[in-house]
Write a protein that binds this ligand. Structure first.
Ligand code: G3P
Length: 214
């Protein structure tokens, strides 16, 4: 399973990159806004740090606007994946991008049928938002399971990119289900490696090591 980081904070991206486990980056308008920086500056810097798919989101709502943005975003760097919303105009843009060699990530997916539509349009990635579904009393990971089942039935190439991850449990369930990618906030990446028994074990080993004559 690929690990993407879900942030536009370049300090976090640099640190996660130093762990040697990072396969890509996803951003969205809210994450970019949090940086207080210009969109293009942030995206260009991220492309210099990570050599993998970098999702940058279009903000137009109509086909012509999204198509124009997709061309501009794709021209920034060969690793750019254009993030488009799960609307009819968004899907129309996905088809155009697919026909014109531009990679896409279809975002704001909340149902298996939306995911089916995105795959049929030729999306490279589908981003189901599991945390936001959990937030409203639905089971976000059940959506992942349904999408994997449907994509498997028809051998779609679209990669299932689990988004809106809130905890290590989401990552664990995604891995057990065989999701292609998890895009994970920095604080959750840090939590993945921690276990109190590891910390206690290290402490005990170092304590005992002091008793070893050398
Ligand atoms: O980047 C898309 C998604 O991961 C957003 O997550 O936490 O805003 O629901 P969140």
């Amino acid at each position: 399973m690929k690990f993407f980081i879900d942030t536009a904070d370049v300090a976090e991206i640099r640190e996660a990159q130093s762990f040697g486990l990072l396969d890509g980056v996803t951003t969205n308008p809210s994450l970019i806004a949090r940086t207080g920086r210009k969109f293009r500056d942030v995206i260009e810097e991220i492309c210099e740090i990570v050599d993998g798919p970098i999702s940058a989101e279009a903000v137009s709502l109509d086909f012509e606007g999204m198509r124009k943005e997709a061309k501009e975003l794709a021209a920034i760097h060969e690793n750019i994946v254009v993030k488009l919303p799960l609307t009819l105009d968004g899907l129309k843009t996905v088809r155009w991008c697919s026909d014109n060699g531009i990679a896409t990530n279809v975002t704001l997916c909340f149902s298996p049928l939306q995911a089916l539509m995105a795959a049929k349009a030729g999306a490279d990635y589908i981003s189901p938002f599991v945390g936001r579904l959990d937030d409203v009393g639905h089971d976000g990971m059940e959506l992942i399971s349904q999408i994997i089942e449907i994509y498997g039935n028809y051998n779609f190439d679209t990669e299932v990119l689990v988004a809106s991850i809130r905890s290590p449990t989401h990552v664990l369930e995604a891995a057990r289900m065989g999701a292609d990618v998890c895009t994970i906030p920095f604080n959750v990446i840090q939590k993945l490696v921690h276990h109190p028994l590891t910390d206690q074990g290290i402490e005990k080993f170092l304590e005992d090591w002091k008793k070893v004559p050398h």
